[in-house]
Design a protein around this ligand. Structure first.
Ligand code: GAL
Length: 352
């Protein structure tokens, strides 16, 4: 009899955990699905969110998908089945999670697209991100000003490396930069020797550094005696590939002893070290602490039945997704100490 009662209690506890997400702790569970641990930023996003959600009294189910869309789909389905009350997703592929989003909607589980917009599905409740167009714009303006395109004759040679075609952000970053630089390509002040200026030709699958490096090596090989004055890279992982390619196969003395201007994004430690060594010229600081905090605020509001604060809307091809855009910040050798070290994001030792 006692055994039977105990058994019933255990079964009830398991059912409670599975169905309500209380997992025996009485805490509400939040599922966090991150794309990969290969890139520094997603590790930081994941751990900041875990820390902040736990501090706010939630239980956290944090999973990384190893950059595989099918793995991410089954991880999210698992989060739905094990009682997550809200799911936060940075997608490996923007359009491949529809099946899970529909299941979440059936169970009334709100979904927040984190940093990357979830496309072509109406079951996306909110989007928390940085202003991605502005990221590209800052990169483009930096190249314009660093090459003094408005006050010198040129022409200057430039190459482009963009991000993953499966990530909606990649096209937005590239568009932001191109809207600044295209007039100079059109007028001939900027010359792209490879001729590769459209997104599809310059995209980098999975933002992979080695892929960016291989493409850069073949472009550099075709340059012979010409200088490369600038290389617009959409983020740090692609910039790192380009820097490695230039390191191994480009005689920097060939361009009057100057290293090309190279853009990036994320302020990854590797890229900050490259910057200190003069091999990457700028990056964009997207404070993942801010985005994590914003996401916790959104979840708190949603679960309290309130409408979260938003400051924009993004069209995901199925609906206008109410969005909160955080501000990206320009970073270079002159301000990195203030924005990265003084703010406690990195220590001096991290970048040594
Ligand atoms: C983007 C993200 C960038 C960059 C890239 C590679 O979606 O906004 O910050 O890290 O992915 O992971």
């Amino acid at each position: 009899m006692f055994k039977k009662i105990l058994g019933t209690i255990i079964c009830a506890a398991i059912a409670c955990a599975a169905l309500t997400g209380c997992a025996g702790s009485g805490k509400k569970k939040v599922g966090i699905s991150m794309p990969t641990q290969d890139l520094q930023r997603w590790n930081q996003d994941g751990s900041y969110m875990k820390e902040k959600f736990e501090a706010a009294g939630y239980e956290v189910d944090l999973q990384y998908a190893g950059n595989k869309a099918d793995v991410q789909l089954s991880q999210i389905e698992d989060m739905i089945n094990t009682g997550s009350k809200v799911i936060v997703i940075a997608a490996v592929e923007a359009s491949s999670l529809g099946q899970a989003l529909d299941k979440a909607a059936k169970k009334k589980i709100p979904v927040i697209a984190y940093d990357r917009l979830l496309m072509s599905n109406e079951n996306v409740s909110y989007y928390a991100t940085f202003d991605n167009y502005k990221v590209g714009q800052i990169q483009g303006e930096f190249v314009r000003d660093a090459l003094k395109l408005d006050s010198t004759d040129g022409p200057y040679n430039i190459e482009f490396t963009a991000g993953d075609p499966g990530d909606n952000n990649a096209g937005v970053f590239f568009q932001g930069a191109m809207d600044v630089l295209k007039p100079y390509l059109d007028s001939g002040k900027l010359v792209c020797v490879s001729g590769q200026t459209d997104f599809d030709s310059v995209a980098t699958t999975k933002w992979d550094s080695a892929t960016a490096q291989a493409r850069a090596e073949s472009i550099i090989g075709s340059y012979s005696n010409k200088n490369i004055d600038a290389w617009l890279c959409s983020n740090d992982s692609t910039a790192q590939g380009v820097v490695t390619a230039l390191d191994s196969s480009y005689n920097s003395a060939g361009r009057n002893g100057q290293w090309p201007i190279i853009t990036g994004q994320d302020c990854d430690i590797v890229s900050m070290k490259n910057m200190l060594a003069g091999k990457q010229t700028m990056s964009i600081f997207k404070d993942t602490r801010t985005l994590a905090e914003r996401t916790v605020i959104m979840v708190n509001d949603i679960l309290a039945g309130k409408t979260p604060e938003t400051n924009s809307e993004y069209d995901n091809k199925a609906k206008q997704v109410p969005s909160y855009l955080c501000d990206p910040v320009f970073a270079d050798i002159n301000n990195y100490k203030t924005i990265l070290i003084d703010s406690g994001y990195y220590s001096e030792a991290d970048l040594a």
